[in-house]
Ligand binder design. Structure first.
Ligand SMILES: Cc1ncc(COP(=O)(O)O)c(C=O)c1O
Length: 405
């Protein structure tokens, strides 16, 4: 088979692959606990279902404008005004097939071959592959002090004449860490001064805990939306538990949005019409689902933190948002891929190796499942790794004997 160089250079999404593996094992009746999931388990808002169903009931589901239906753009404008205190117009909004497609058409619209895109590590698995798909060069930046927070100085140090954009995701995947107001301010000011695109991937910005809120980039922008190279990415997937609907959006200057719309029109045409109407329902409807998801996740995070702190040798940063945490298990096994395989093999717990996000020794654990999944999953991990644990463990009526340590 002859495949393009590009096809051969792109990695499969490790997290989607893990979902497949977990599903296959479950089909075989294996008692799998999935701590690798990347989507909330709550139901989507009822307003989304009602809106979507009423469109489906008409039986007339047609193409839409390539950049989204006016009603969705209106809802996104209202959302931006409410949550970012920023008034934008319909020309500044493009709705896409998920935040992922919004990012992808954005990268296609701004990158020339070999231009560089910087993002801090650990990063979302898709950033490097998406940059490569758009012909660019991914440039991850790792903090020298080993934290999840590269400094502005460390980021500025890799900026050169090929740098086209910087992507910041806050609170961020996979650590749940959130950038400070000062950091966001400095990055906005730096990018304005250097005329570099600053892409704020805000997909988790409503899932923030402990009464905090995510810093808002527009607060620090001196340029108007039309002059600015600031782009905000968001979507319904995480905050409304609507991952399957595939609707996300970008807010940017009019010329950029137009270019993205043209690319999208040739790539996929407009996003699915029922999904757009569902998103209008979610955005305009009762917002209690977001609060209730946030409260559930905060509680789940607390349970996961308590369990992790009981491990000798595991270092863990308490997430300020998202539904992930990213503990360092390096004291048990340095190779995170090996460790993740070991945990799946021995105790049937799915975790995502930190190597996928540019951080060895760590595992990404998600707490978007049930409390039972979290407690039992971590109990199984502890049993598998901790030499002081009992020699035997029961998974249902299956008896495991620890013969490896
Ligand atoms: C950091 C980040 N950005 C964007 C996305 C894409 O979200 P969507 O489902 O809207 O494509 C994800 C999904 O996992 C994500 O983690």
């Amino acid at each position: 088979m002859s495949l393009s160089q590009l096809a051969r250079s792109i990695k499969e999404s490790a997290t989607l692959k893990l979902n497949e593996t977990a599903a296959l094992l479950r089909e075989k009746g294996e008692p799998v606990i999935h701590l690798g999931g990347g989507e909330p388990k709550s139901k989507c808002p009822v307003d989304a279902v009602i809106n979507c169903a009423s469109v489906l009931n008409t039986g007339e589901i047609r193409y839409t404008a390539p950049d989204g239906i006016p009603a969705l753009k209106k809802a996104i404008i209202r959302y931006t005004e409410e949550h970012y205190k920023k008034l934008v117009s319909a020309d500044n909004v493009i709705a896409s097939g998920g935040a992922k497609q919004a990012l992808m058409v954005l990268l296609h619209a701004i990158l020339d071959p070999k231009e560089e895109v910087i993002f801090p590590a650990p990063y979302w698995v898709s950033y490097p592959e998406m940059v490569k798909l758009a012909g660019g060069i991914p440039v991850p930046v790792t903090a020298e002090d080993g934290t999840f927070f590269p400094t502005v100085k460390e980021i500025v140090a890799v900026v050169n004449s090929y740098t086209k954009a910087i992507i910041l995701n806050s609170p961020k995947y996979p650590s749940g860490a959130m950038y400070s107001k000062d950091f966001v301010q400095e990055m906005v000011e730096f990018c304005e001064k250097k005329s570099i695109y600053l892409i704020m991937d805000d997909i988790y910005n409503r899932l923030v805990f402990d009464g905090k809120s995510a810093p808002i980039c527009y607060e620090f922008a001196k340029q108007s939306v039309e002059e600015s190279k600031l782009v905000v990415i968001n979507g319904v997937s995480k905050m409304y538990a609507m991952t399957g609907f595939r609707i996300g959006w970008a807010i940017a200057n009019k010329a950029l949005v137009e270019a993205m719309g043209t690319i999208q029109s040739q790539q996929t045409s407009g996003p699915s019409a029922p999904a757009q109407w569902a998103s209008v329902g979610a955005l305009n409807g009762v917002q209690s689902a977001v609060d209730s998801l946030r409260v559930t996740l905060e509680n789940n995070r607390n349970v996961m933190m308590d369990r992790l702190r009981a491990f000798d040798g595991v270092k863990v940063y308490q997430p300020e948002g998202t539904f992930y945490c990213f503990p360092d298990f390096g004291a048990y096994m340095k190779d995170s891929q090996k460790l993740s395989n070991f945990l799946l093999d021995k105790v049937r717990v799915v975790t995502v190796p930190g190597k996928e996000f540019g951080f060895e020794g760590h595992l990404r654990l998600s707490y978007c499942g049930t409390i039972r999944d979290i407690t039992e999953g971590l109990d199984r991990i502890k049993w598998a790794l901790d030499t002081n644990s009992a020699n035997e463990l029961y998974l249902g009526d299956r008896k495991l004997v620890r013969e490896w340590v």
